[in-house]
Design a protein around this ligand. Sequence first.
Ligand code: DLL
Length: 428
Amino acid sequence: MAYSDTEMSSRDELRALQDERLAETVARAYENVSFYRNALDDAGVSPDDIEGVEDISHLPFTTKEDFRDEYPDGMFAVPREDIRRIHASSGTTGKPKIVSYTESDLDVWREVMARSLAAAGVEPGHVVQNAYGYGLFTGGLGFHDGVEELGACVIPVGGGNTARQIDMLRDLESDVLACTPSYCLYLVEAAEERGIDPRDLALSTVVIGAEPFTDPMREEIEDALDVTAVDVYGLSEIIGPGVSIECAEVQEGLHVWEDHFYPEIIDPATGEVLPEGEEGELVLTSLTKEALPVLRYRTGDMTSLTYEKCDCGRTAVRMGNVTGRADDLLIVRGVNVYPSQIEDVMVDLDAVAPHYRIDLTRDGNLDRMKITVEYHEEFEDSPDELRDRIRVRLDEILDVTPDELEVVEPGAIDRTEVGKVKRVYDHR
Ligand code: DLL
């Protein structure tokens, strides 16, 4: 069931709202943020040139580097006293990106998160166990506020604390679990170790996001817990979780809340806008943000868009699941490899557990790729034979074969209890 009427508004109504909001956002950013004023002046664009989304491609892109260069608050568009909250997103390198919210921004966030949860099938009265990290990460508080806004009950367990987490799931009969896909799989294992069959838990839905996962990984989660696993997407620079989500009814693509965030897909190499259906880098523009308006932000996330009507009745455009980022690309001996390609073939095999790591090293001038993967608890054949099977499948899809492929016993690969999982270790 839709949370708000806006979700069903006609494409024409939506477009009119976007046109109006984009023009306002550009004017506000130009007036209040010297970074945007300079960027638009350099591009020879005046805010008056932007009458609606039709004109958006005249605007320059904003990048992660811009956020870092403007650290800590160079991108803020309101005075300090109007800011009610600050979050930060720490990348693997460099300074964190600092993001801020006015009261009105927090209202928008609560609204889009409540819509997202409703789309995932969460209802007032449900108990939602929130295992996203609280603190500077946007996951914890973003979900927390959305659950309360929807009128459901939130258990703010946060990340980690796995033993207590499992007790809560069992004793409080949580209906919904919100966490990263990798942590969800870890909870399954930890429950089994404690003699609890995860399928006996009351859970009906898990809302997974914050990191990429492939379809076989999702199937593992759905099977192990007997739930519907719904993909939620978002990023701190735009708001946090709640930029888009799958509807539980159809689960084919994530509805982008387009009255607040305008999506485009570009060719990451040329910056050219790509037509509907083509895969490229997602670019997002905030349409209502006050504290931190963001124009044409290059997310680095690879996906595509479809405007086809969804059977759930929501009119918002859908983006495909993000299985990788433009900068995930590994170049091994000159050949392009995406980690998601490797995950897709390996995890699809029943004998393989959804835990793996990829290590890249350099031997003289030569790149070496090692893949380590776990076999499933129930797997009883020889790991050597499994290794040969995986190798054949990898050979079919990759243009470069791993130099080493190790099949290890269940539990041998380190698990991530807090934060986002890391699967690729580039030691080169
Ligand atoms: O991860 C916000 C979030 C919290 C989303 C909880 C969903 C659930 P950041 O830490 O700023 O924000 O990281 C944003 O994470 O650009 C993607 O690369 C990745 N990401 C987020 N959601 C998904 C998803 C939060 N559903 C970055 N699938 C984004 C794949 C995702 N990648």
